[in-house]
Design a protein around this ligand. Structure first.
Ligand code: BG6
Length: 303
């Protein structure tokens, strides 16, 4: 396995991009440039945190009880859900949200954008471990650009001889002042699958507010969402392309307590997930020899 030292030699960029080995043995890339700071774990290509320097509080949230461990997903940040979202359609034994978030990725490129933002690209190819769950030839690249905005591009390429279908999401946890003082706009009139209790199809009316467990897959929507946060007095804009589903999730007290890594006593109140992806009827067919790109861009403004 490649070491942090080797990665620094090949891909490090002064203080802007530094690789280090965490106590867990996993490698983390620390970004720090004129615009922002961020952290990304190579396992899962998992962006863990992003804070533009205009903000005193991170925009992408990491649980204070998040644990880094080999083969385990990290609570917070932006887990890459791929090649399926949620439970596998036919195999209950396969991991929820796919395997991409818990396996090692390779760094293939890094650099500085013309505006001074810092860029990294990681790649996931099939392996002996993933083939039983994904017997297709594919190349999955995640490019992350750390600046005053955060941009992530998840590119799925079908390098095999037959078409395949993927579900996916950039399952981003956003930091908020208090979940009870948050509204999410952009999804008015959208259909959504409500996953709390028996899954039912419903229609959104107005902005989303929170007063209990919320687990919804909004479908057939390209819309930009805005997280309006009265407590932190800021708005987070979540823009996307190549994505027809938006998932909105908060576990609330009971579920958060069962999860055990949301940050005691009530870390769950400081986050909301707004996930850009393709799920349920929006899964994507990637024909042999073609690519599909899921792109998100986040920015925060004080109001
Ligand atoms: C959301 C799902 O996307 O992720 C929820 O809609 C799920 O049902 C949540 O609980 C967290 O999933 P996990 O596997 O990271 O605990």
């Amino acid at each position: 396995m490649i070491t942090a030292q080797q990665l620094n030699k090949q891909f490090g960029i002064g203080n802007q991009l530094v690789f280090r080995e965490d106590a867990s043995g996993l490698i983390v890339a620390d970004f720090d440039n004129g615009y922002a700071e961020a952290k990304l774990c190579l396992q899962g290509a998992h962006l863990m945190m992003w804070r533009p320097k205009s903000q005193s509080v991170p925009v992408v949230w990491l649980s204070r009880d998040a644990k880094l461990a080999i083969g385990k997903s990290i609570r917070g940040g932006a887990p890459v859900c791929w090649p399926w979202f949620g439970a596998h359609a036919t195999e209950p034994g396969f991991p929820g949200h796919g395997f991409a978030r818990t396996v090692p990725w390779q760094v293939i490129e890094s650099g500085t954008e013309p505006g001074g933002e810092t860029r990294i690209t990681l790649r996931l190819l099939g392996s002996e471990k993933t083939r039983p769950q994904w017997p297709h030839d594919s190349r999955l690249d995640l490019t992350v650009i750390v600046g005053e905005k955060l941009r992530m591009e998840l590119i799925t390429e079908n390098t095999g001889n037959s078409d395949f279908v993927i579900g996916e999401a950039l399952h981003t946890y956003f930091q908020v002042g208090d979940i009870g003082a948050v509204r999410i706009s952009g999804l008015d009139n959208c259909d959504f699958w409500d996953k709390v209790g028996n899954t039912t199809l419903r229609k959104q009316s107005g902005a989303i507010t929170f007063s209990g467990e919320t687990d919804r897959v909004y479908v057939n929507t390209d819309a930009e969402c805005v997280i309006e946060d009265d407590k932190l007095k800021r708005r987070i804009h979540v823009a996307k392309s190549g994505s027809r589903s938006t998932v909105v999730w908060t576990p609330w007290t009971e579920k958060a307590n069962k999860m055990g890594d949301m940050g005691q006593p009530d870390g769950w109140r400081e986050m909301v997930c707004v996930e850009s992806g393709n799920a349920i009827e929006n899964v994507v067919k990637v024909a042999t020899g073609t690519r599909h790109a899921l792109i998100v861009e986040f920015r925060a403004e004080q109001v």
